[in-house]
Design a protein around this ligand. Structure first.
Ligand code: SF4
Length: 290
């Protein structure tokens, strides 16, 4: 396989075949993100992608899932995506699901009919990094998208039968705006009802622009206890009517939470409460990772 630079994928794609269809991220300006700061965005030649798939077929006997990288593979035209998906169907007939990161803008520019075509050719899940439900926080981290666009995009994905997996980041608002971050994130999740929600906890690498803000004292990292309090407030205020798989079990999280909303809400909130009362249950900083 031919890969360019560091490769990132959602935790649930750990066992997937990863194929780069774009290099980098179209936006690349989020202040907390260092993933693609060393890459200049470009779309890979589709022929090269098809060759990569043919190459991979020679090495892997059974491929259940394929993840299209990098940052927002969904920015590709529907025509290009369909060409890639059709080739996947031909070369990997056993593949059950293809996934990709997408920005809300990538989703909104496509018609429902285009998304349905993509679903029929195997696109089963789109990962959206929402990070916060608060417009104020989205602006402060230079997310480049509005709260309303995120909600509209996720509803559109779910309406055509593709699963939406939406990621948020605890601690992203610092101590001053943590309450707004928690409440607005809860209200966003309740409004858009995605199939999956993933909650990470902010960890910053030197290449991320927010690192400088932290060094200069303009942004404060939350303590572990504050993160748990923020998560508890968010969970308490999520009200979904259809099943939402909630995961906060990433290496960056202080407490590992796994459950389905709405039914596991109380259990997860009790788990947080226990960790707040007994700090031995909180993951040591040394064991956290991105
Ligand atoms: S968080 Fe996502 S959209 Fe923002 S710069 Fe990183 S990869 Fe791009």
């Amino acid at each position: 396989m031919r890969y360019e630079g560091n490769i990132f994928r959602p935790p649930s794609e750990a066992y997937s075949l990863i194929v780069q269809v774009t290099i980098g991220c179209t936006h690349n300006k989020c202040t907390f993100c260092s993933m693609f700061k060393d890459k200049e965005f470009r779309v890979r030649n589709v022929q090269e992608v098809l060759e990569d798939l043919d190459m991979a077929r020679k090495y892997y006997r059974h491929v259940e899932k394929i993840f299209l990288a990098d940052g927002d593979a969904l920015c590709l035209s529907t025509h290009k995506l369909l060409t890639i998906l059709e080739h996947i169907k031909k070369v990997f007939p056993e593949c059950k699901r293809v996934g990709a990161y997408g920005t809300p803008q990538d989703v909104l520019i496509k018609s429902p009919e285009e998304l349905i075509q993509l679903r029929k050719r195997g696109l089963g899940i789109i990962y959206i990094g929402a990070e916060s439900g608060s417009q104020k926080v989205l602006e402060s981290v230079n997310k480049g998208v509005t709260r309303e666009q995120i909600i509209e995009a996720v509803k559109k994905i779910e309406a055509v039968g593709i699963k939406a997996s939406v990621t948020f980041i605890s601690g992203l608002a610092g101590p001053e705006n943590m309450e707004e971050h928690a409440l607005e994130t809860a209200s966003m999740i309740s409004q858009m009802e995605p199939s999956y929600v993933g909650l990470l906890t902010l960890m910053v690498e030197p290449a991320a622009p927010i690192y400088k803000e932290i060094q200069e004292g303009r942004f404060k990292i939350l303590s572990a206890e504050e993160v748990l309090g923020e998560t508890a407030l968010m969970l308490k205020n999520i009200n979904v009517t259809k099943n939402c798989v909630f995961r906060s079990n990433h290496a960056s999280n202080y407490v590992s939470l796994k459950g389905d909303l709405p039914q596991d809400k109380e259990r997860m909130m009790n788990q947080l409460k226990r960790a707040m009362e007994n700090t031995n249950l909180i993951k040591d900083e040394r064991f956290r990772a991105l």
